[in-house]
Design a protein around this ligand. Structure first.
Ligand code: NAD
Length: 323
C-alpha cells in the first residue's frame, strides 16, 4: 500500500505542488483578496525567521499587521525582524525566543504572552524533519515534540486569547506529504516502527490535519484551517531532503509562492467564507485522502490522539497553572 500511496502522491505532486502547479492554480486567484490593510490586528508566526514563515510575516507586515515571530534562536530571530522591518517599513515586529520541542517552555511562554498581548491570528508554521531518531531533554521524539505536541500545546494555550479576539483564525502549515500516512495512535513517537524521517514527518503532518478538524468542531468561534504550501525552495527542503532537492530544484516554488495560501487564510475575508476545519492548497479546499489509499481513521482513533496529546500536555504544564 505504501508503494501505491507514494507513487500516486508523487505524480500528483509533479502536477500540482511544483512552481508550474502554482502558476496554473494562481490563474484563478482573486488578486483583490490580498489587497487588505490589517493594521491593528496581531499575528503570531512560529518559525517566522525563515522560509515560508518569514515570507508570510513580511507580507503581513507590509499590510500593517503586528507581527510576533516565535523563533528558537535569538540572533536569527532578531536578524529576520530587522529585515522584515526594513522591507515593510512596519516597526511592529517582535521576537519571542521559544523552542517548540520544549513543552514546558511553551506553557511558560504562553502564560507570559497572554498577560502582555492580544492575538487575532496564530500561524503554526514551525516544523522539522529530523532524519535520525533523536530525543529531547524530556525524552520525546524530536519531530513529534515539535510538529505535533508543541503545536498542540501552543494552540491549546492560546485558544482563550483567540476566542475573545475579533475575527480569530488559526492556520496550520501541514503538508501534502501527510496523504501517504494513516494516523497511527499506537506508536506516535515511532518507538515500534522502523524510523524513516520522511514518514515520521508525514505522520506528524497527518496528525496536524486531525487536530485542525477536531479543533474546528470544538472551537466554533475561531476559523481554523490547515494547508499545504506545495514544494517550495526553503532551507528545510535543502537540508532535510537533499536528494529530493537535487532532483526537483528547478521545479520548486519560491518561498512567497509557498506562503501564498498561508497569507490568504490569515488575512483574506474570502478565506473565512469557507468552512472551518478544512485543508487548503492554492486557496482551495482539497481532499485529505488519496483515492483508494485506505488512510481514513476511526473516530475512536481521532479521540485517542486528542486524549493522548492532552495527557502529555498536562504532564508538562507547570504546577502553578494546572487545570
Ligand atoms: N518547503 C516545502 O516544500 C514545504 C512543504 C510542505 C510543508 N512545509 C512546511 O512549511 C513549514 C515551514 O517550513 P519551510 O519549508 O519554510 O522551512 P524552514 O526551515 O525555512 O522553516 C522552518 C522554521 O521552523 C523553525 N523550527 C523548526 N524547529 C523548531 C523548534 N523546535 N522551535 C522553534 N522553531 C522551530 C525553524 O527554525 C524555521 O524557522 C514547515 O511546517 C514545513 O513542514 C514546507
Amino acid at each position: 500500500m505504501s508503494l501505491y500511496r507514494n507513487a500516486v502522491w508523487f505524480v500528483k505532486g509533479l502536477r500540482e505542488y511544483t512552481k508550474g502547479g502554482y502558476e496554473a492554480a494562481s490563474k484563478r486567484f482573486v488578486a483583490a483578496d490580498l489587497d487588505v490593510n490589517v493594521a491593528g490586528r496581531s499575528f503570531m508566526i512560529t518559525g517566522g525567521n525563515s522560509g515560508i514563515g518569514k515570507a508570510v510575516a513580511t507580507a503581513i507586515a507590509i499590510r500593517g499587521g503586528t507581527i510576533h515571530l516565535v523563533c528558537r534562536n535569538k540572533d536569527r530571530g532578531e536578524k529576520a525582524k530587522n529585515e522584515i522591518i526594513e522591507e515593510s517599513g512596519n516597526q511592529n515586529v517582535f521576537v519571542h525566543v521559544l523552542d517548540m520541542s520544549n513543552p514546558k517552555g511553551i506553557w511558560e511562554f504562553t502564560d507570559q504572552f497572554k498577560v502582555e498581548h492580544r492575538l487575532n491570528v496564530l500561524i503554526n508554521n514551525a516544523g522539522c524533519m529530523v532524519n535520525q531518531r533523536e530525543l529531547t531533554d524530556d525524552g520525546l521524539e524530536k519531530n513529534f515534540a515539535t510538529n505535533t505536541l508543541g503545536m498542540y500545546i501552543l494552540t491549546t494555550a492560546l485558544i482563550p486569547v483567540l476566542e475573545v479576539a475579533e475575527d480569530p483564525r488559526v492556520v496550520n502549515v501541514s503538508s501534502g506529504g501527510m496523504l501517504v500516512q494513516k494516523l497511527d495512535v499506537t506508536d506516535l513517537q515511532f518507538e515500534k516502527k522502523a524510523f524513516e524521517g520522511t514518514m515520521v514527518y508525514a505522520q506528524n503532518k497527518r496528525q496536524q490535519i486531525i487536530l485542525t478538524e477536531q479543533w474546528a468542531k470544538l472551537h466554533k468561534g475561531i476559523h481554523i484551517s490547515a494547508m499545504h504550501p506545495g514544494w517550495a525552495d526553503t532551507p528545510a527542503v535543502r537540508l532535510s531532503m537533499p536528494d529530493f532537492y537535487q532532483k526537483m530544484k528547478n521545479k520548486l516554488r519560491t518561498e512567497a509562492q509557498g506562503a501564498d495560501t498561508v497569507l490568504w487564510l490569515a488575512v483574506a475575508s474570502s478565506a473565512t467564507k469557507q468552512a472551518s476545519g478544512l485543508f487548503f492548497q492554492d486557496r482551495t479546499p482539497v481532499a485529505t485522502h488519496l483515492p483508494l489509499a485506505s488512510t481514513h481513521t476511526s473516530e475512536g482513533d481521532e479521540e485517542k490522539l486528542m486524549q493522548t496529546l492532552e495527557e502529555l500536555a498536562q504532564k508538562f504544564k507547570p504546577c502553578s497553572n494546572k487545570s
